[in-house]
Design a protein around this ligand. Sequence first.
Ligand SMILES: Cc1cc2nc3c(=O)[nH]c(=O)nc-3n(C[C@H](O)[C@H](O)[C@H](O)COP(=O)(O)OP(=O)(O)OC[C@H]3O[C@@H](n4cnc5c(N)ncnc54)[C@H](O)[C@@H]3O)c2cc1C
Length: 439
Amino acid sequence: MKKLGIFLFRKDLRINDNKALQKACEIADELLCIYCHEKESSDLNPYKPSKMSKIREYFTLQSACEIDRKLTNLSQKLLIFNASLERSLEQISKTLQISYLIVSKDPGWHENQEINRLKYKFENLKIITIDNNTLFPKEKLPFDQHSFPKSFSKFRRKVETLPIDKPSGTPTQIPPMPIIDISKLRLLTNLHKDSINHKDLLFLPGEAAGRKHIDEYFKTKHASTYKETRNALDGRANSTKFSIWLSIGCTSARYIYSKLKDFELRNGSNKSTYWIFFELLWREYFQWYALHFGTKLFKFSGATDKDPLTSYYPERLKKWETGSTPFPLVNALMHELTHTGYMSNRGRQIVASCFVNELQLDWRYGASFMEKHLIDYDVASNWGNWQSIAGVAPDGKVKHFDLKKQTALFDPEKKFIRKWKGESGALNIDSVDIADWPI
Ligand SMILES: Cc1cc2nc3c(=O)[nH]c(=O)nc-3n(C[C@H](O)[C@H](O)[C@H](O)COP(=O)(O)OP(=O)(O)OC[C@H]3O[C@@H](n4cnc5c(N)ncnc54)[C@H](O)[C@@H]3O)c2cc1C
């Protein structure tokens, strides 16, 4: 009997250096490639906030569409379901007997639960998960789940000299798709409707655009000055912008690392080129951190046992989200985020610090808002960085960025504030002042 495999694309929306896809090609006689994107319908539930902004959703779905186009060249296809993974498999298994599900590993607790649930629902299904989106596979790490390093520095010292696999190239052949009546499946259609004008996008979605960006970045000399420029609030070349494609797997960390090494061979290494690797290790740290801490990644007390002394103040939250706080730099950054889906690393640190320190808000609302808007949203990097700023990472230290000092350092002429109309905020964080209360 033919072995039918399902390859589930998740945050590995690439054909090149996709070790999980390669595994699927090795073991399946016939392969069904799927992607599940449950579109929330505002008609059904107008009160349920959407998990993705329009721009983030567009970026993700267009990257999936590009996979479909690439698969078509290999006489294959990507079925994009408008349903959860469980419901999608239910629909497929009505007509086909599936032997394998092959999927890249993910550090997110919810993502893992989604896979774990399948084990009970589809008893005969063999699930194969592959480390595909990190620099190191789990078995190469010099520690286990119970002895996870307590800080980034400890993690870095343990891993930075480990060998990193070379990217594995592009498959030239993929097993054929089984015969299936797709009219019976709940697939997403009209993917180009409501589309966003490409002119409004800072960056283009998909594997090809990501690869072009990375290759062009390393053709310039920007990597040699990265350390001096990476903290700037604005400017296309000041930091690498690799996260935009890394986060949904349009490229792999291994590919970037190999390009960085090629650059160093051609141009020499220096502090800046090392620092790109250093930042990739931050990403790596948070990937394993998220896996280690599981549901604690989303808990108020995070990786610690103590709740922060912050709370939920609807008016302050609204002001932060809409960029109308009394802090012009924060407002400008929030306008940038909601318009473009991107914000620099220093920008993210500043608005998150303001969120927990000046506005005294529960950090999880800030992390959720970024989850909705960032086109480079990544569960581990987003929630991990928020924990670190809110003081609920293992070091327990709240990070406070002085807003006046940050403005003087990174926007001394207020160009960024003017560009993103940051001056139009409220005078106070609350509209009712303590002095207004009757005695
Ligand atoms: C509150 C907050 C939320 C964040 N949310 C996300 C997120 O959802 N997705 C995301 O990819 N990054 C997130 N980051 C990390 C960082 O801000 C972005 O990775 C970075 O700004 C992306 O721009 P870049 O590619 O130009 O980075 P560069 O400075 O060029 O760095 C190169 C690469 O290193 C990695 N990297 C750099 N800094 C970090 C970091 N602090 N943590 C983890 N990885 C890092 C990224 O993969 C990045 O592409 C967040 C940081 C903060 C403070």
